[in-house]
Design a binder for this molecule. Structure first.
Ligand code: GAR
Length: 206
């Protein structure tokens, strides 16, 4: 059996993509990096790693279903086993989620189910955490289901919220946690060690 075929969807800097590439190259096969923005720095990272890239702009399609259909065609053509959302800032139409049941992962920069849901992306998440007065935030890697940010949680790590944090300093601490968790979650998936029972994910001992 060949290596797990992974596609990573990005919109911006791609530091999580980099963490996946750095930690998993050779253990899985990165067959596609897909961006919805042509100027995403993540595309440069993919190019340097020799991973094929594609740009699918939301603006080029009449509605979300057509945008998602174009993406579905690409991942089908590439025989993708697992899709990793890594800072991808578009909600996917259920048609892709249904085609890849429990085969799409996402990293979210807070401890879900808090501070998630539609519109909770990047800096806005950290602003909401700071405004809430929470003393702890963190990173969550989860499976994507039709309900935004509510799919089964695979791994979480907590980070402290410090008194003088700004959205940027908090984001940096959370990103460092994401960079550890995301490769680990994909590694566990590739090893067949994630068993989903309802909304809970059991990690099978190695
Ligand atoms: C990450 O912190 C990721 O969790 C977040 O965007 C950042 C992307 O950084 N995603 C979301 O907020 C999804 N709701 P990166 O481009 O450097 O990987």
């Amino acid at each position: 059996m060949g290596l797990l075929r992974v596609a990573v969807f990005v919109s911006g800097n791609g530091s999580n993509l980099q963490a996946l590439l750095d930690n998993l190259t050779g253990m899985v096969e990165f067959v596609l990096v897909l961006a919805n923005k042509p100027d995403a720095y993540a595309l440069v990272r993919a190019g340097k790693a020799g991973v094929p890239t594609a740009v699918v702009r939301y603006e080029d399609y009449p509605h979300r279903a057509a945008f998602t259909r174009a993406i579905l065609d690409l991942v089908t053509e590439k025989k993708v086993d697992l899709i990793c959302l890594a800072g991808f800032n578009r909600i996917l139409d259920p048609l892709l989620i249904e085609a890849f049941p429990l085969r799409i992962m996402n990293t979210h920069p807070a401890l879900l189910p808090a501070f998630g849901g539609e519109g909770m992306f990047g800096r806005r998440v950290h602003e909401a955490v700071l405004a809430s007065g929470a003393k702890i935030s963190g990173a969550t890697v989860h499976f994507v289901t039709a309900e935004t940010d509510r799919g089964p949680i695979i791994l979480q790590a907590a980070v402290p919220v410090l008194d003088d944090d700004t959205p940027e300093t908090l984001a940096g601490r959370v990103l460092a946690a994401e960079h550890r968790l995301y490769p680990e979650a994909v590694r566990l998936f590739a090893a067949g060690r994630l068993r989903v029972e309802g909304n809970r994910v059991r990690i099978i001992p190695g």
